[in-house]
Design a protein around this ligand. Structure first.
Ligand code: NAI
Ligand code: UGA
Length: 439
């Protein structure tokens, strides 16, 4: 059944939801309060870097199923279902800031005329959907059903994640409203989990918190590997082959970043405190992650002591490959520490450089390729495992750097390769390989 849908918010989640649902045949109008964003979208350009997204925006706009507007009336008036996908950034004391969700609900209440189901896709604390139902009633004077439908896509693989996700969660108190949302997703042919509203809200936070826990856990095992002489790659492989553990999210590195894991782990801890409970595991997960983001810097200090005036290269700035998002990116922590030490920093990222320039301006130098970034440097830090960074051979480092000291936060190379290629190579959870003797 094809439906008339509206989306509030054209960030990652709103845009990908709008584009994919129009691609399976629904008519979708995306509304955003950001006029500049809507202008860009109307021209068929994506305001975010996401593989495959721009092509799909153009295709579905041209075929007449997808449109963009800054006028809430146009988006909401006739919609049968309205998805709220606005931001829920970290607010006071770590709690989720719900002001954007509330404003979106008020606009929906004022303009919707077709008795729509209101679907909350934004990540919101348990109990929020019920609050929004009340706001909708207060501002419209009649009852509108609210359904919780949290999102599980990842930046950088958002389209693939939407078309081949593991599950779609639908939390509803009204069966018919839940059925309507289920019907929208039917063409995707994905497993559907139906729950009550509060459980759906909790599934989202619990999933993100569990994945974040896996990362902090493997990062602590990596520290122990470094101390004991074990190899984290082999350890993670051996653990991950146990289906009860699973191989995913066992890549040790320099801590998790991004717009969601840090804020969602904090919001869940805050929610627990609101219910008079201290979520002990999660406070350790956050603490471990905080420390892990400084790991590369500490390694550099360990081998060089004084970094003042050192010429360093930072390869990769986004919080993960295939996105220009630098929110909570570990690169920012490293830059900050190195600036305080007085290092001379050159950075490179295939996509995210402009975002970093907005923060650091001329305090950094910006290179347009890996080679330009590492040329004549004393230390190269690998921070984000973009393909062109992973594909750079040790021979290139040897040719361009004074005396290659590579500190790799993403374990991009094998230790055998490093030993064979005569570079100094320090990675995560593995023995360092030294060509030149460091004290
Ligand atoms: N970024 C991600 O990969 C994922 C995000 N989420 C959750 O989805 C939600 C949205 O996240 P993002 O898409 O990253 O947010 P974002 O911050 O990139 O975009 C939010 C958009 O909403 C717009 N907006 C604000 N108030 C509005 C209003 N009243 N009406 C219409 N538009 C409005 C903003 O202008 C902005 O374009 C958050 O709750 C987030 O935790 C969930 C899964 C994945
Ligand atoms: O709620 C959200 O916003 C989303 O948060 C994450 O998605 P995302 O933040 O886009 O990216 P991930 O691939 O999960 O990576 C997050 C961080 O963890 C790090 N990571 C990931 C995996 C791993 O094994 N090791 C590791 O250090 C990444 O480098 C990155 O900094 C979740 O994976 C999505 O399911 C969820 O929808």
């Amino acid at each position: 059944m094809k439906m008339k849908l509206a989306i509030a918010g054209t960030g990652y989640v709103g845009l990908v939801t709008g584009v994919t649902l129009s691609d399976v045949g629904h008519t979708v109008t995306c509304f955003d309060v950001d006029e500049q964003k809507i202008q860009i979208l109307k021209q068929g350009t994506s305001p975010i870097f996401e593989p495959g997204l721009e092509e799909m925006i153009r295709k579905n706009t041209e075929e007449g199923r997808l449109s963009f507007t800054t006028k809430p009336k146009i988006a909401y008036e006739e919609a049968e279902c309205i998805f709220i996908a606005v931001g829920t950034p970290e607010g006071q004391n770590g709690s989720a800031n719900l002001q954007y969700v509330e404003r979106a609900a008020i606009a929906i209440a004022k303009h919707a005329k077709n008795n729509p189901v209101v679907v909350i896709k934004s990540t919101v604390p348990v109990g929020t959907n019920e609050k929004i139902e009340k706001i909708l009633y207060e501002y419209s004077g009649h009852h509108l059903n609210v359904v919780s439908n949290p999102e599980f896509l990842r930046e950088g693989s958002a389209i693939v994640d939407t078309f081949s996700g593991d599950r779609i969660v639908i939390g509803a108190s009204d069966k018919a409203a839940g059925d309507r949302v289920e019907a929208i997703y039917k063409p995707l042919k994905l497993p559907i989990v139906r729950t009550d509203i509060r459980s759906a809200e909790m599934i989202k936070y619990a999933s993100n918190a569990f994945l974040a826990t896996k990362i902090s856990f493997i990062n602590e095992i990596a520290i122990l590997c470094e101390k004991t002489g074990a190899n984290i790659i082999d350890v993670a492989k051996g653990m991950g082959m146990d289906k009860r553990i699973g191989e995913q999210f066992l890549r040790a590195g320099i801590g998790f970043g991004g717009s969601c894991f840090p804020k969602d782990t904090n919001a869940l801890q805050k929610l627990a405190l609101d219910y008079d409970y201290q979520f002990k595991i999660l406070s350790s997960v956050t603490e471990v992650n905080h420390e892990q983001k400084k790991h590369l810097f500490h390694k550099a200090k360990q081998y060089f002591q004084d970094l003042n005036g050192k010429k360093v290269a930072i390869l990769g700035l986004s919080f993960k490959p295939n996105t220009d998002d630098i929110r909570e990116a570990p690169s920012l922590d490293l830059i900050q520490e190195l600036l305080l030490e007085g290092a001379e920093i050159t950075v490179y990222d295939p996509i995210a450089m402009e975002n970093v320039k907005k923060i650091y301006g001329d305090r950094l130098q910006y290179a347009s390729s890996v080679s330009e970034c590492i040329e004549d440097k004393e230390i190269a830090f690998i921070v984000t495992e973009w393909k062109d960074i992973r594909d750079t051979s040790f021979a290139t480092y040897r040719k361009l750097m004074r005396e290659p000291m590579i500190i790799d936060g993403r374990n991009c190379y094998s230790l055998e390769e490093a030993a064979k290629e005569h570079v100094n190579y320090i990675s995560i959870g593995r023995k360092p390989v030294f060509f030149k003797k460091f004290q």
